[in-house]
Design a protein around this ligand. Structure first.
Ligand SMILES: Cc1cc2nc3c(=O)[nH]c(=O)nc-3n(C[C@H](O)[C@H](O)[C@H](O)COP(=O)(O)OP(=O)(O)OC[C@H]3O[C@@H](n4cnc5c(N)ncnc54)[C@H](O)[C@@H]3O)c2cc1C
Length: 194
């Protein structure tokens, strides 16, 4: 059984269709949220039964494996139904665990940390984001690991740039610092771009 009506749920169901004889797809609403192209592909999978307006009430098992589920149409009190299934896959979307950073880092409307394109830099100098918290598209182990490597390089460069500035600590990667030096007894104001 797959729970959900979006692209992820349909993709999961198509993938499971390679292994399972029968798949139940539970959709809470009366329509799919999935793209039309995936809805059209669904016609190629007669082994997928779609249950619209249906919610998962309970999962029943023996503590080791799933044996059945109870499903229900909320608008009909008498329609509880038991389905024998061997697995339940919940595909109802993702919420990034970024609550901690609200008001501190830039987040997009879905709560993902926004980074400068092609890097792991956030809007805050010295703070870098990688992995699923900044990736609303792929969210895979390999992409998270890749961006983790990018973040490590970005951090290394950031730290190296701080050390190279002759004892002047950078607050921002590109900022101008004013220094007063004495030349021939005259105080001069120099602007240094870090
Ligand atoms: C059910 C499931 C199946 C998946 N299957 C696959 C698959 O087959 N192939 C694939 O490539 N990807 C798969 N993924 C996705 C993959 O797991 C993620 O993309 C990957 O783990 C993201 O890595 P991450 O380091 O960004 O985040 P995570 O692996 O989630 O690591 C985040 C870490 O931060 C810690 N943390 C959270 N809050 C705090 C805090 N306040 N302070 C300190 N630490 C904190 C957490 O404990 C955790 O250890 C799957 C994900 C799920 C949920």
């Amino acid at each position: 059984m797959v729970v959900g009506g979006g692209d992820t749920a349909l993709e999961e169901a198509f993938f499971l269709a390679k292994f399972a004889k029968e798949i139940h797809l539970l959709v809470r609403k009366d329509t799919f949220r999935a793209s039309q192209i995936l809805q059209n592909r669904l016609k190629q999978f007669p082994q997928i039964t779609v249950h619209f307006n249906t919610e998962l009430q309970d999962i029943i098992g023996d503590g080791k494996k799933i044996e059945s589920v109870i499903i229900k149409k909320p608008d009909n009190n008498t329609s509880e139904q038991i389905l024998n299934v061997e697995g339940v896959f919940v595909a109802i979307g993702h919420t990034p665990n970024t609550e901690l950073f609200k008001g501190k880092l830039n987040l997009d409307e879905r709560g993902y940390i926004t980074t400068i394109k092609g890097s792991t830099k956030t809007g805050l100098p010295g703070v870098f984001a990688c992995g699923d918290v900044q990736d609303s598209e792929y969210r895979q182990a390999i992409t998270a690991a890749g961006s983790g490597c990018m973040a490590a390089l970005d951090v290394e460069r950031y730290l190296a740039s701080r050390i190279e500035k002759n004892g002047i600590f950078c607050i921002e990667e590109e900022s101008t610092v004013s220094t007063i030096t004495s030349r021939n007894g005259i105080n001069c104001l120099d602007n240094i771009t870090l």
